[in-house]
Write a protein that binds this ligand. Structure first.
Ligand code: GLN
Length: 483
């Protein structure tokens, strides 16, 4: 059962081969056994999960069930969930039990899914290795001396290790796709505005987007059907017709035009990653796709642009954590200003402080024009490159990450090296486009390699089709680590 997809689990539940309580207990047992080794979960609450499972089982009796009813889904600890500890990987929120549900959480609840627990993450989603979490690093299930990627590393490790069938992530600069690649699973960052950010703790609001992470593209489509949709509580949520993301899964890829950006295949990509990605492209040619040479000339500026804009937004978003209303408060202080200072000094980790300082700097008088405004202009150019490219192709492909999973501690002293992990993913967030990563082979040290698929705005159904057809022809997505 642990290797089953959401489709298979749903079928087993509806056929009454297993109950939701049995399934949930099975995963909870596996978490109890393996989480001490992987640290993928910050919180599990068997009582709460099993109560939901019992309720789901009564739904089966009454017949009102959907594709995900009764299936345990883990949630990244960035989503507020009523009655659940919601930490965002930070000491700042170590004691925050959310009084309300994020939109994504209520969508899963309404679908009858079970909240299996809250997954570990980089502090406030800032990181590419899951080493910045206040709750300690997550280990990659393929090699526990290596990182799972970040910031949705707990989710990626949990899915890869079969501690859950699927889970949620968020992606501001690559945090769904890069850990999916490093852990050998599938993940999708939707078009900006497709999934509501209500109740999702904000990092960089113009870039943040929630999405599904799971075993295969078909599972991601089922989760998208639950997660996507207009929500008036998020001012950037888009009002669109409800879509069925499974609708195109079985379309043929004959004539599909795949754009390969010259810049992605230049220096920087590891030889092992290049080999796996090229083999995947060859497979797509066999499936009937045609290759188009494209250029994204401004994409090389995406990392510096991101590291002006994301910290700027973060410095503003994180100003709410002041020790007053909720979260960490320093035990001793002399007056109000001292309480703010000490609470923030003690509650935030080093990477978060670095971002707040950079953000405050680029927004300050005299530097705003030189940095923030300039970065906004280049952001527009980066988006325009994609618009030009999509005149010639249907989807864009390339590597998700320049390398496979690196060793824990390897990049700890060098933030810039760490920032470069997202060199292929960040431009997609800056443009607001959908992007996904699917497993496409193994590289150095037998670690998984991810293929990135970038779509045009609102083209998620087509991207899922493109991924699904590859997964019908190959079996990389069904490999599992030995634990
Ligand atoms: N690694 C990037 C960062 O640290 C992206 C993180 C994310 O997508 N949440 O900002």
């Amino acid at each position: 059962m642990i290797h089953s997809s959401l489709t298979q689990l749903g079928a087993a539940l509806r056929a009454k081969k297993i109950s939701s309580v049995e399934l949930t207990q099975g995963y909870l047992d596996r978490i109890a056994e393996l989480n001490p080794k992987l640290n993928a979960f910050i919180t599990v609450n068997p009582e709460k999960s099993l109560a939901q499972a019992r309720e789901a089982d009564t739904r089966f009796a009454s017949g009102k069930v959907g594709a995900l009813t009764g299936i345990p889904i883990a949630q990244k600890d960035i989503f507020c969930a009523k009655g659940w500890l919601t930490t965002c990987g930070s000491k700042m929120l170590h004691n925050f039990v959310s009084p309300y549900d994020a939109h994504v959480i209520s969508q899963f609840n309404n679908a009858g899914a079970i909240n299996l627990g809250k997954t570990n993450m980089d502090e406030f989603a800032m990181g590419s290795s899951n080493e910045t979490s206040h709750y300690g690093p997550v280990k990659n299930p393929w090699d526990t001396a290596r990182v799972p990627g970040g910031s949705s590393g707990g989710t990626a490790a949990a899915v890869a290790a079969r501690l859950c069938a699927a889970a949620t992530g968020t992606d501001t600069g690559g945090s769904i796709r890069q850990p999916a690649a490093l852990c050998g699973i599938s993940g999708l960052k939707p078009t900006y505005g497709v999934v509501s950010r209500y109740g999702m703790i904000a990092f960089a609001s113009s870039l943040d987007q929630a999405g599904p992470m799971g075993r295969n593209a078909e599972d991601l489509a089922l989760m998208m059907n639950v997660m996507a949709g207009f929500d008036e509580r998020d001012s950037t949520s888009l009002q669109r017709e409800k879509e069925d993301y499974t609708r195109d899964l079985n379309k043929s890829l004959t004539g599909l035009r795949i754009g390969l950006p010259r810049e992605f295949f230049a220096e920087g990509m590891g030889a092992d990653v290049a080999k796996a990605v090229e083999a995947a492209i060859a497979e797509y040619k066999k499936l009937g796709a045609v290759i188009v040479d494209i250029s994204l000339p401004n994409s090389k500026l995406s990392v510096p642009v991101y590291y002006v804009l994301a910290p700027a937004e973060a410095s503003s978003n994180l100003s709410r954590f002041d020790g007053v209303r909720y979260g960490y408060r320093a035990p001793e202080y002399s007056d109000l200003a001292d309480m703010y200072e000490k609470s923030r000094a003690q509650g935030f980790g080093a990477e978060v402080k670095r971002r707040i300082m950079i953000g405050t700097y680029v927004l300050s008088h005299g530097y705003y024009d030189a940095y923030y405004l300039q970065a906004q202009k280049i952001r527009r150019l980066i988006a325009q490159d994609f618009t030009e490219a999509y005149k010639q192709c249907d989807v864009i492909m390339g590597p998700t990450s320049p390398s496979t999973a690196f060793k824990l501690g390897e990049k700890g002293d060098d933030p810039v090296q760490m920032y470069l992990s997202d060199i292929y993913t960040i431009a997609v967030n800056l443009a607001g486009l959908p992007g996904m990563s699917i497993p496409c082979g193994f590289g150095a040290n037998d670690m998984p390699v991810g293929l990135q698929i970038i779509g045009n705005y609102f083209d998620e159904a087509r991207m899922l089709n493109v991924a699904h057809q590859f997964q019908l022809a190959t079996d990389w997505h069904s490999r599992a680590p030995k634990l």
